[in-house]
Design a protein around this ligand. Sequence first.
Ligand code: PRP
Ligand code: URA
Length: 207
Amino acid sequence: MHVLVDHPCVQHKLAIIRNVETGHKRFRELATEITQFLCYEALKSVKVKEVEVQTPVDVAKCKKIDTDIVVVPILRAGVGMLDGILALVPTARVGFVGLYRDEETAMPVSYYERFPPQVESGTCIIIDPMLATGGSTNAAIDRLKDAGADSIVVICIVTCPEGLAAVQVEHPDVAIYTAAIDDHLNEKKYIVPGLGDAGDRLYGTSH
Ligand code: PRP
Ligand code: URA
């Protein structure tokens, strides 16, 4: 299952973050802002419990989130979305998966993994701005499932049909929330039109 968040506020910000003229400071701000909208949508059906709250006037029947939220950025670009999730869910726990794409093969190479124990019982949110071939996202889901997770959603900013299909074939139980489903992957496995190398644009490491 995937959800394209087509809200004008998200699409407006997407138009700016894609622009080659947008520098790393603004790129980082926009990644945070877009992530907040995507996270809001992704948590729409999260488990809640009924609670009674004493207001100054009477008792109100309210709802509170009833699951541990564990957010898992894929290093390094996923870290650029972390502040956006924590602004919305300040009590979220954070795990990390270190993966990079081999420049020749575009296959994910794993170099780090650290999860809180709550991945087993809570709701895990994998964040990475780009879901291209889907290799990195699939590897992150595999790691989380190996650690005992059974409730996983993915939030990305831009994806493409190839990446969506790859994740949906391997992990049909995992929902993907995105702001854009682009046209295709080019010969270097970059998303077209995409927004370029998300890590480089976030951290100012390109030329
Ligand atoms: C980028 C991106 C994803 C991955 C997507 O990371 O942030 O993790 O590529 O591609 P895929 O869907 O084909 O796996 P990259 O490997 O460039 O590492 P970085 O975040 O350290 O820049
Ligand atoms: N990684 C990126 O940062 N951008 C792409 O388009 C594909 C993979």
